[in-house]
Design a protein around this ligand. Structure first.
Ligand code: ZN
Length: 380
């Protein structure tokens, strides 16, 4: 049989098979109301509206607390920049035109051109009469045209008194916007439901799932402060270095085994890198929790009940991980570290001592929360 005819035959057979199945399948018998296409279109827009409003609310809440943390932690950061508290978005980044239009409507955009629109305004200490209007379109920062969100944010971070040209109600205006010195990292809200937060070295990302898990502002601030602590303590660089050292030691094994006539294909190098990364990751988590409570206190948050975060977390996860975790300390340990750190901070405050994290001395290597005299004379 020619190939074409054979295919035709097969298609016919498949169609007959499908028809037989659908004919013999039981259909629901209740009379379900059928929405009209207008009703469906209207409801679709309402749901897009709910998404856009909640997106803007979540992002705003993250930035409100995140910016405060970036400023509060400034003395602990090497990488500093000016926090202006402005959030920008480029409508061209949203593919769906209904979603795009809804964003523009919700921020009361006064025009609808390509460019960078203000979705959040404010600053940590700028007076209320010096705020960029939400919905206005930023066209220049310090005399340079801007069209990319990250580029605009970099310019703002580099400028204590940024001259911003913006379009509002059809006219171009300028304003001098003052930033506050803080740690120079970007805060990003991710509208995904897995409770998570992470950093890639320049950005701190917090998901909607985690923002739903936190029960108050101090817990949200703790999440940001924890990620920031990984950055200010250089954990990312240290992990990369450990991976290189572990990988190098593993390479020696690969070479030895290869010399004996077995090609491992680099398996020891990979295993070595992974082992070296995991060796310290739990310690980095302990240090990030410890330092983050200091950052919270310095940023003006109530640290009284933050340790509860880990108690609640422990009650939501697999009971096995309460006892044992490979790369993270267990939640009972994390609760106790935060609780002890809280007591350490409260004691320093009561005695009028500088409120700064304790550093290990050469003699107490191995202690997760070494106690001792403050290492710096800076007051909180
Ligand atoms: Zn961490």
């Amino acid at each position: 049989m020619p190939v074409f005819e054979c295919r035709l035959q097969r298609t016919r057979l498949i169609l007959m098979f499908l028809a037989a199945i659908s004919g013999s399948c039981a259909a629901p018998t209740a009379r379900v109301p059928t929405p009209t296409s207008e009703e469906l279109a209207g409801e679709r827009m309402r749901q897009i509206d709910i998404f856009v409003r909640s997106y803007l609310d979540y992002e705003n809440r993250l930035l409100n607390h995140g910016h405060r943390i970036l400023v509060g932690a400034a003395p602990l950061c090497e990488k500093k920049g000016y926090v202006h508290g402005i959030a920008l978005f480029n409508p061209a980044a949203i593919k769906d035109s209904d979603m795009r239009n809804m964003f523009m409507q919700r921020i009361s955009a006064t025009d609808s051109q390509d460019g960078l629109y203000v979705t959040r305004t404010g600053s940590v200490d700028v007076s209320a009469d010096n705020l960029l209007p939400i919905g206005s379109r930023v066209v220049e920062i310090d005399g340079t045209a801007v069209s990319d969100v990250r580029d605009a944010q970099r310019r703002l971070a580099g400028s204590e008194q940024a001259t911003i040209a913006y379009v509002h109600d059809g006219s171009v205006r300028t304003m001098v916007h003052r930033g506050t010195l803080g740690c120079d990292y970007e805060l990003v809200f991710s509208p995904t439901d897995e409770p998570n937060a992470w950093t890639d070295g320049t950005r701190i990302v917090v998901t909607r799932g985690l923002m739903r898990f936190v029960q108050n502002d101090s817990e949200l601030a703790f999440v940001v402060a924890h990620e920031l602590a990984h950055l200010v303590r250089g954990h990312l660089e240290a992990t990369r270095r450990n991976a290189v050292v572990g990988g190098f030691i593993g390479l020696i094994f690969d070479a030895l085994v290869l010399a004996a006539g077995v090609d491992t294909g680099g398996a020891f190098a990979r295993a070595g890198a992974e082992m070296a990364v995991q060796t310290y990751s739990a310690d980095f988590e302990r240090e990030a929790d410890y330092v983050s409570l200091y950052i919270l206190h310095r940023s003006g948050y109530d640290i009284g009940a933050v340790a509860e975060f880990w108690r609640r977390y422990g009650s939501t996860v697999d009971p096995a991980s309460i006892k044992y975790a490979r790369t993270h300390p267990t939640s009972p340990e994390r609760f106790l570290i935060l609780d002890k750190t809280k007591a350490e901070i409260q004691d320093k405050v009561a005695r009028g001592l500088p409120v700064l994290p304790e550093e290990k001395s050469a003699t107490d290597v191995g202690s997760p929360t070494p106690a001792g005299s403050p290492s710096s004379g800076e007051a909180s």
